[in-house]
Design a protein around this ligand. Sequence first.
Ligand SMILES: *Cc1c(COP(=O)(O)O)cnc(C)c1O
Length: 477
Amino acid sequence: MVDRNSETLFSLIPSVDKILSHPRIHCVLNEYSSTIVKNIVASILNDMRGSIKKNLLTPVDLNLDAVVDRIVKAVAHRLGSSLRTVINATGVVVHTNLGRSPLSRKVVDRIVEVAMSYSNLEYDLEQGKRGQRNAHLRALIEELTGAESVLAVNNNAAAVLLAIGTLAKGKEVIVSRGELIEIGGSFRIPEIMAQSGAILKEVGTTNRTHPGDYIQAINENTALILKVHTSNYRIIGFTREMSFDELVLIGRQYNLPTMMDLGSGCLVDLSPAGLPDEVTVQEVLAKGIDVVSFSGDKLLGGPQAGILVGKKELIDRMASNPLARALRMDKLTLAGLEATLQEYASMSGPRLSIPTLAMISKTPEELMIVAERISLDLNSLLEGKVKISVEKGAGRVGGGALPMSDLVGPRVSIKPTGFSAARLENSLRQGIPPVITMVKDDCVLIDPRTLLDNQTEMIVGLVVNAFDRVMNSNERG
Ligand SMILES: *Cc1c(COP(=O)(O)O)cnc(C)c1O
């Protein structure tokens, strides 16, 4: 039964005509399809009727402006951009949840150029006939890594799947127990192996693997020896892992191909940036490993991609696997990847021109200047409401790379006096653009390392706004 009270409320719901002739809805209709907007209006009115029945609404909620406000917000929520740019103040350079590597203007311009035109994507201009999309990367990769051939696919998970599926379907792949890793977002070596149709042959123990373990595991059904970069964790203490030399020796002795899933795919020595442990793609190939796979958007600093490099005979087999067609990279990625690799061959090198490498290369001294300016500005704008200090903290490269190597640099630490750091962190996320921060010991931390060009100026205003939002919601109760 609908009671008297609800009946009165029902009669207060503004008519569709009234709503559609409201000036704010006019603006909305100038931007969006009228059919879709009308559907949203109908669904909101329907929701309101439901809420009235449950006694959840009062007359104030039903006045025209309030209803229109709800509709405008719903339209923005449902039809506006869901994928938005954010400011990464976490200091984690290769942050998978935040889109990994940002691209430079130069690389993006190449993508736009190719996107807006026809191209010789699969067309051989000399012969005037069909060409190969992967041929575009071949010469550059050969110069940069010494690889005989290259095949680029959608991402590194796809590259590993394709390589194993091609080289070892129905056969055994030997992997050390210490390398059976899971990378965030459900990439697990044993599962990829199962998907590829290969049989995982685990050897050694979690912390120690010897050449004898591999040799014992080899039988007539063995097809591949795989080594995996442990990317996001490290085993320390009493450990032994196989060296490249040992793997290559066994591979040659038993006539088995060797492969390394390198994860990050670093092409430059990062020890000047304080990261001495990362082996480069060209080093692994020079050791004699037959196939190396790596991501395009981790330490390489390019678009999302999976890159397979190595022996021509093996790469050719992968390229002619029907799976390669299903996993192929699109032309925009190819344009971005080629432009990224060109930076590595440029006179000035990639260290400044590739944003990911530029961020990793920032020195604590450079960062200290930025941190102190942010701290000073915040101190003067939020005087008495917060405790701000600059602490020497440690950022991380993140994204499945260099988990134990900290990028040392300062961080601005903000401790609100009237409320928790968690509330400030939340409010920062609601900003335009949203700011993503870390909270530690009830302080919001801002790491200047991952702030892009003009964001160091913006961030002060955004923190003040976020602060005001919390204060206002406190006052409203
Ligand atoms: C990151 C990573 C992958 C997955 O690469 P994506 O490009 O994210 O698909 C696979 N293997 C290792 C060792 C990795 O670090």
